[in-house]
Design a protein around this ligand. Structure first.
Ligand SMILES: NC(=O)c1ccc[n+]([C@@H]2O[C@H](COP(=O)([O-])OP(=O)(O)OC[C@H]3O[C@@H](n4cnc5c(N)ncnc54)[C@H](O)[C@@H]3O)[C@@H](O)[C@H]2O)c1
Length: 363
């Protein structure tokens, strides 16, 4: 048994947005595990569910209700999200409104994606162990190609033109780079890599280059490097040991974190946090709603469970977060996992196993 972290808040209020597809299934398991961890740590956890997703959007046209962001900021300490996306909404309208809406409106600028190998058999790379693959990706989360600026001219004709703007502001670039350096310093990490494509994107990513050159001067204790994104993708597969902290733009971070997920067992085990260091933050699995798996009891809940653990750590519940992490490691060690990780459990059974493990072993 660990002793509770000194000064940790005793109570947390969490807004839970299960969303669509397997999002609903994995969040049900993550909340089970959260409840077990809170009980084991004698903490009070209030979970309130919101039905924002495709079902509600198709029913009454509401995606992100008016005033949602003010309500979340006022009434909650953090947000746990499943995933959004439904084949019945091919425009992705509701998903964009809810997920991108929350990222932009709550200014969740630091998308934090840890890549940690929890057991050697989970990586497709040969002769790699836990100590070889352990890094964290910071993806800029409020700018870049995802801001939705642009348009289509002469749509549907042979003369069609589609323009999508890549927005990089000094403030936006500077705060994510500084956040990554700060994280490295606070966690005793000594290597940071910034990645861009400044050889081809000579305006937007020139800004990344100049800001990086300035900010790195403030952190002389951290060895900083730069790779173009294509080289970085290659290096992550060739020798992931080189990396501790990676910082990059919205699009590259999105792609790179799927590569990172695959290095450690796939999307079923990849968590993420969307952080506003001065406000409310949102935690979710990296994966989407996987309609191909929905309703089949096949989805791996570990990504959502690990995201819930990240959320507790962010809220200062270090002991409970460590307990969740230990339970996940135990489930892999004892092969009590879903099929994507080589086990034979269903989604609900995998969640039950983790919750029981915490209740039985404590924190
Ligand atoms: N943050 C989000 O909400 C988010 C992220 C990515 C995609 N999406 C949306 O999700 C929908 C499906 O997208 P997609 O199929 O490209 O990506 P996806 O992440 O949903 O699924 C990709 C593949 O990964 C595997 N996978 C994903 N999660 C898994 C889990 N928990 N356990 C086991 N296997 C898992 C499945 O084999 C699946 O076919 C789309 O509508 C997309 O826009 C949402």
């Amino acid at each position: 048994m660990s002793t509770p972290s000194a000064g940790a808040p005793l109570k947390a209020r969490i807004a839970v947005i299960p969303g669509d597809g397997i999002g609903v299934e994995v969040v049900a398991e993550a909340t089970k595990v959260l409840r077990a961890a809170a009980a084991a740590g004698s903490k009070q956890l209030e979970l309130q569910e919101f039905d924002w997703g495709a079902e509600r959007y198709l029913r009454d046209g509401v995606s992100l209700p008016a005033g949602a962001e003010q309500m979340l900021r006022r009434d909650f300490d953090a947000i746990l999200l499943g995933a959004l996306g439904d084949p019945r909404v091919p425009s992705h309208r509701h998903a964009a409104d809810i997920l991108l809406g929350l990222r932009f409106k709550l200014d969740l600028f630091a998308n934090t994606r840890p890549v940690e190998l929890l057991a050697p058999q989970l990586t497709p790379l040969r002769d790699r162990t836990e100590k070889d693959i352990h890094f964290i990706i910071f993806r800029e989360n409020t700018e870049g190609l995802y801001v939705g600026m642009g348009g289509i001219f002469k749509k549907g004709t042979r003369d069609e033109i589609a323009v999508q703007e890549d927005v990089n502001t000094r403030k936006g670039v500077e705060r994510i780079i500084r956040y990554a350096f700060q994280y490295a310093r606070q966690h005793g990490l000594t290597r940071l890599c910034m990645s861009d494509k400044s050889n081809a994107l000579t305006y937007g990513h020139d800004l990344w280059q100049r800001v990086f050159a300035e900010v790195r001067e403030e952190y002389p204790g951290i060895e900083s490097s730069h790779f173009y994104i294509d080289t970085l993708a290659m290096e992550l597969v060739r020798d992931p040991r080189q990396f501790q902290v990676i910082v990059t733009c919205n699009l590259f971070g999105d792609i790179l974190s799927d590569l990172g997920a695959q290095l450690v067992g796939g999307l079923g085990i990849a968590p993420s946090g969307n952080i506003n260091p001065e406000g409310i933050s949102l935690f979710e699995p990296v994966h989407g709603s996987a309609p191909n798996l929905a309703g089949k009891d096949l989805a791996n809940p570990l990504a959502a469970v690990l995201a819930a653990g990240m959320m507790l750590e962010h809220l200062g519940w270090q002991v409970e977060a460590a307990g969740i992490h230990a339970a996940v490691r135990a489930s892999i060690r004892e092969k009590q996992t879903t099929r994507d990780l080589g086990g034979s459990l269903g989604t609900g059974q995998a969640g039950d196993w983790l919750a029981n493990y915490i209740s039985k072993h404590g924190l």
